[in-house]
Every structure is written in structure tokens, then in C-alpha cells.
Design a protein around this ligand. Structure first.
Ligand code: ADP
Length: 164
């Protein structure tokens, strides 16, 4: 059984992330989405618990997709969960530069035990990012092209609670 880990901040999960999960779940027996706590990233829109809750709801009917939360090195999370590789999504050349460095570091700190597999975003999701969706929400514009209705609803509720 081939398991892979898809780590990320997912603040929030976009249709771009979902496109990568869909591709990975077609290729591998199990995809573990690791919602990462990253103390170096400035505080986001959703807490770790909220991001987990949303993603669990999105994938409750997909039996080869599991959602966990984690902190620390993604390679350690991968080893702990017996994952053969880490999945990363590529949108553009700017993603590529960062991901090349990240995969090299991950290889080194895991003593070559964990490899990285990059999957390409389908073209309609090439410009979708969590930060862009948050910007569009902030401008009171429609975000339904970029996120699932479950995520959209949670974002609208969150925005109302922040304004109050
Ligand atoms: P991180 O903080 O680890 O970069 P993100 O949630 O921003 O977490 O992204 C997780 C992974 O998903 C990264 O590999 C990123 O390049 C990828 N990704 C983000 N948005 C998209 C998208 N629209 N299409 C494909 N991959 C994406």
C-alpha cells in the first residue's frame, strides 16, 4: 500500500489544493493531508483546529483521503505515518524555485528516506492561492470560483465575526 503525505498550511484549502488532492488520490492508495502548524508563519485566518475541521468536512466521503494535524518537520510526519513521499503542488516557476530548495532540504534532513513528488495544478487553478482568496474576500468580491462552498461559507462567517 503506497501512502503519501500532502503537507501545507491550507489557510484556507482552495480548489487548487483540492485539484492536487484529487490527482494524488488517483495515483496512490492513501493520501494523508497534514495541516501544519508553522510558528514562523504570521497568524492566519483560521486556527489549526478550524482548518482541520473544514478539510475533514470536505473529504468525509473520500475513503482514501485522511486528514491529520502536525507540527515540526514534514519529513518526520511522513516517516511517522509510513509515507513513501511528500506531495507538493506546482503552479509556476516561482513555486518551482522554492520547491526545489524544499525538496533538497527534506532529502537531506531525512537522510534520503523521504522523497518529494510534485504534481502540476490544472491550468484553471494556476493563479489560485490561499492569500489571493483572502484578498478577494477582503474586497467583498465573490470567492466561489476559488473555494468549495463549504470553505466559502466558513470564510464568510469568519469575516463577519472579525468585523463585529
Ligand atoms: P505551504 O505553507 O506549505 O506552502 P500552502 O497551503 O500554501 O502551504 O500550500 C501547500 C502546497 O499546495 C504547496 O506545495 C503549494 O505549492 C501547493 N498549492 C497551493 N495552491 C495551489 C494551487 N492553486 N495549485 C496547485 N498547488 C497549489
Amino acid at each position: 500500500m503506497t501512502k503519501v503525505l500532502y503537507p501545507g498550511s491550507f489557510d484556507p484549502m482552495t480548489k487548487g489544493h483540492m485539484n492536487i488532492v484529487e490527482q494524488a488520490s488517483d495515483l496512490f492508495d492513501e493520501v494523508i493531508i497534514a495541516v501544519m502548524q508553522n510558528p514562523l508563519k504570521k497568524s492566519g485566518l483560521f486556527t489549526l483546529e478550524e482548518r482541520m475541521e473544514i478539510i475533514k468536512e470536505l473529504y468525509q466521503r473520500m475513503n482514501n483521503v485522511r486528514v491529520i494535524s502536525a507540527s515540526g518537520a514534514a519529513v518526520d510526519v511522513a516517516l511517522l505515518n509510513e509515507c513513501k513521499a511528500i506531495i507538493r503542488g506546482l503552479r509556476s516557476l516561482s513555486d518551482y524555485d522554492y520547491e526545489v530548495q524544499l525538496q533538497q532540504m527534506n532529502k537531506e534532513i531525512s537522510d534520503n528516506k523521504v522523497n518529494t513528488i510534485c504534481l502540476f495544478a490544472d491550468k484553471e487553478y494556476q493563479f489560485v492561492s490561499s492569500s489571493m482568496v483572502k484578498e478577494v474576500l477582503n474586497l467583498d468580491k465573490d470567492i466561489s470560483r476559488y473555494v468549495d462552498p463549504i470553505v466559502r461559507e466558513r470564510m464568510l462567517v469568519k469575516k463577519r465575526s472579525l468585523i463585529r
